[in-house]
Ligand binder design. Sequence first.
Ligand SMILES: [Zn+2]
Length: 293
Amino acid sequence: MTSFDTVVPFQLENSAVRGRLVRLDAQAWKIIDQHNYPTVVNGFLAQATALGIALANCFKFDGLFTLQITGDGPLRILVIDIEDQKFVRGCARFEENQIQSLSPQDSKNIQKVFGQGTLVFTIDPKTGEDRYQGVVELTGKTLSETTHHFFRQSEQLETGIVLAHSSDQHELACAALMIQRLPLPHTVSAEEKDEADDQWIHALSIVGSTTRKELLDRNLSNTDLLYRLFWEGGVRTYDAQAIEARCRCSQVKIRDMLDGFSALDRKEMVFDDKITVTCEFCGVGYSFAEDDF
Ligand SMILES: [Zn+2]
């Protein structure tokens, strides 16, 4: 395993700030290479992958985390899902000609690319606990601005996040650096609270000044990057957790899905005596005979 394709939890020393560093290399390139999407779509796919992993890792649960962005613009749907904090896959649907006619400036603007839309993430624990869903309207120009908006409007922890992605395979495919402010005990003095405020603002400014180059540089290890950023107050890193691009589709699952259709509907899917289904996430094709059902 390389040191990338991981999420690294960390904690700033002597402060109530924790964070996640996600940096993806081969596994994110694999997701991108599974599709033949335009560069604009790949960019949002890569950023959403890094964001999804950072968010999923903040919630301690086994099960499925889904991040979905939908809109009425050129890019209609983008879905990332992550199973058990480890296995990630993603796909998108878009209007090819509308994507191609976006200007270079507009193609970086989330509201031009997706139009009016929403970002929804869903936590679906395996253990049967309640499903949790967070929804936010696409806001600002970037995916990180929309994410900030979500955390501001919800009852969640104060959060700072930067995202980066590349279309050049000499760099890492994507990265997310996220920090969150943990609640202080009720017993803290006004002075301690002021100090905590200052620490938070300082940490936010560090995250805000992190460059795209640093985040995507293969020659800069995760720990070196975190120490370079937070050396002043100190940073404690925890074990990196591996991320793997892996689809959950299978012959059995696709068959079960087709079983849900009526015989008449299935008849309409027959082409060359076969029903062929291609997984939208990984591009693997499955074929069935009509009387398999
Ligand atoms: Zn698949």
